[in-house]
Ligand binder design. Structure first.
Ligand SMILES: CC(C)(COP(=O)(O)OP(=O)(O)OC[C@H]1O[C@@H](n2cnc3c(N)ncnc32)[C@H](O)[C@@H]1OP(=O)(O)O)[C@@H](O)C(=O)NCCC(=O)NCCS
Length: 364
């Protein structure tokens, strides 16, 4: 592929997604994951939320969130990566991209060359928006960039901010990355739960570890579909995801293929016998590795009953019961999502970094 970076011998090519990791393509994929995790560690100072190659391959093979992978190589080694993801839903407007370059190889145009490849695909596919997320340390100076939401900020002179702005992307939203050490005080969790329970008399918490039970597939599909539109996204554009029982089964399969144990706590509305909210925590299979808090949603019509709090508390209790060696949990929340941050702060989550959401309108 022709590239404009000022590094001789550089190539940027699409990498086939391997069926298995113990194949030549699998070795490339593993090298790509190591590069990804090294770059994230340099920024955030931790590997807590870093996926293994097995976990990431499972998400790359998700037919409901298809992805293409591009590797920049120099002298045989992987020095940069580009990921192009799209939503298969009809009329979905946006491509979601990732661009990362090894810190020793920056400012030679490699990031721009990868970005050019990804933007060209978005144009060929007729998409009108390109969006991306970048990880950041907590701001270290007062020279910050604040998104239009007015919540959160990132250092103005970080490489990602300079790069994204130089290429016409605007900052739309900042997520806080926070973390809590386990075990938490069981007394604190019980006390918080007792405070919340009187507000939720018509509801019960149901829990499972691993695959979603068949009897809840349809309810959980409805909740996942709503998650795709109801989480605060500022001006970041998503098409509504279409979820059914098969997509839920695919999610179960993906977690198993990635070696992650998904712990769910869901809110059952007793009068209707329907699930109206849920929260998930993913526990990696390797003993002692930190867990990651995934989705949390309460349907709009059932908000105001402290269900978000009750679900989170119940799932923290579940992690400590099912996986007592899990040392920490990491979570990502929009800085403007005060209700969710309140719940997390009340049980000891502390900010360790942030994530910036970028957007560029293209074509039309
Ligand atoms: C952001 C990143 C991909 C840039 O890769 P790169 O190969 O250094 O990018 P380029 O050499 O093509 O830089 C293009 C332009 O971006 C800007 N830029 C990039 N890094 C910069 C920095 N550290 N300081 C100032 N400007 C910077 C400059 O305008 C640069 O042009 P110039 O070098 O001619 O001045 C790389 O720093 C990286 O991998 N960071 C961590 C991952 C990340 O945050 N990715 C998301 C990006 S939205």
């Amino acid at each position: 592929m022709t590239i404009s970076a000022d590094v001789s011998g550089l190539s940027i090519d699409e990498a086939p997604l391997p069926a298995r990791l113990d194949s030549p393509e699998g070795q490339d994929f593993t090298e790509m994951v190591e590069l990804r995790n090294t770059i994230e560690r340099e920024i955030l100072g931790t590997d807590d939320a870093a996926p293994t190659a097995r976990e990431l391959l499972a998400t790359f093979r998700d037919p409901y969130a298809p992805k293409r992978l591009f590797l920049a190589r120099l002298n045989g080694g992987v020095v940069g990566r580009g990921v192009y993801e799209w939503q298969p839903e009809e009329n979905a407007p946006a491509a979601f991209i990732e661009v990362q370059v090894a810190s020793t190889m920056r400012r030679h145009g490699i990031g721009t060359a990868i970005l050019t490849v990804l933007e060209r695909i978005a144009a060929e596919n007729g998409l009108t928006v390109i969006q991306s997320w970048s990880s950041h340390a907590l701001p270290a100076s007062s020279e910050v960039l604040v998104p239009p939401t007015g919540f959160g900020a990132v250092d103005r002179d970080s490489a990602a901010v300079r790069f994204a702005r130089a290429h016409g992307y605007s900052l739309e939203q900042v997520d806080r990355i926070s973390r809590v050490e386990l075990p938490m005080s069981a007394d604190l969790l019980t006390e918080r739960r007792r405070d919340a329970e009187p507000h939720a008399v018509d509801y019960e918490v149901v829990q499972w570890a691993g695959r979603c039970p068949d009897r809840w597939l349809t309810d959980m599909a409805r909740l996942h579909q709503r998650m795709s539109t109801d989480a605060p996204a500022a001006a970041i554009e998503f098409a509504e995801e279409l979820w059914d029982d098969d997509r839920m089964r695919n999610l179960n399969d993906m977690n198993e293929a990635g070696g992650r144990l998904n712990l769910t706590s869901a809110a059952l509305h007793v009068p209707s016998q329907r699930l109206v909210g849920y929260t998930d925590i993913a526990v990696p299979e390797q003993e002692g590795r930190p867990a990651v808090q995934e989705d949390t949603l309460v349907l709009k019509e059932h908000r105001g009953h402290r269900l978000g709090t009750l679900l989170k508390l119940a799932n923290l209790e579940q992690v400590m019961r099912v996986s007592p060696t899990t040392p920490r949990i990491t979570t990502f929340n929009a800085e403007e999502n005060r209700p969710m941050l309140d719940v997390n702060e009340a049980v000891g989550f502390e900010a360790i970094g942030c994530e910036a959401a970028w957007k560029k309108a293209v074509g039309s």
